[in-house]
Design a protein around this ligand. Structure first.
Ligand SMILES: [Zn+2]
Length: 186
């Protein structure tokens, strides 16, 4: 009998539309992070903010809320889902169990947001590879310059190559110029 009661309760939970409070009761921020395959918070309770580019974690994860000290993104589990999937509050609410929303437009929005995130990640990776290679080449040509007899052909070649890599460094590390490079990477 007890088993039956538990099963019924479970089924009700599954099929019943939940209120905002019930949903908040059910999911913690950690559950939501897991939902998106994001890493769990570090010991201090921070993660790298998924809404702005950063290397050191500046988004504080509380039990039911989050706050980014880098870009000021802030809110509860619903806000997080909204920002991640580019959807409205109502859609986020439905998605988390408010009511079964399997509408095409919601699925499409989520699909686009996922693609967007994927593309952003790929571009970041490409950019990082370009920066690494650039730094390596700068070191390489500097060494060549040090070793070559000044004003010889070898020296001039190394000098020109170094000039170009230094120019590239400026471009790759300037957020505005970088945007142009990113467009080419797309
Ligand atoms: Zn942020």
């Amino acid at each position: 009998m007890i088993c039956f009661a538990i099963a019924t309760d479970y089924l009700n939970r599954r099929t019943k539309k939940m209120t905002k409070e019930e949903i908040k009761e059910l999911y913690s921020m950690r559950d939501i992070l897991q939902r998106y395959g994001l890493p769990q918070p570090n010991r201090a309770g921070f993660i790298c903010c998924p809404f702005h580019k950063e290397k050191t974690a500046s988004m504080k994860i509380y039990k039911k809320d989050f706050h980014c000290f880098g870009c000021s993104a802030h809110g509860d589990i619903f806000t997080f889902v909204q920002l991640m999937d580019g959807i409205s509050f109502k859609e986020a609410f439905n998605l988390l169990g408010g009511e079964t929303d399997n509408s095409f437009s919601t699925r499409l929005k989520i699909y686009h947001a996922q693609k967007e995130r994927e593309q952003k990640r790929k571009i970041e990776e490409k950019l990082k590879r370009k920066r690494d290679l650039n730094c390596e080449l700068i070191r390489f040509y500097q060494k060549c310059l040090d070793r070559a007899e000044p004003l010889t052909d070898a020296w001039t070649d190394a000098y020109n190559a170094l000039q170009y890599q230094e120019y590239l460094w400026e471009v790759l590390n300037d957020p505005n110029e970088c945007y142009e490079v990113i467009k080419q990477l797309r």
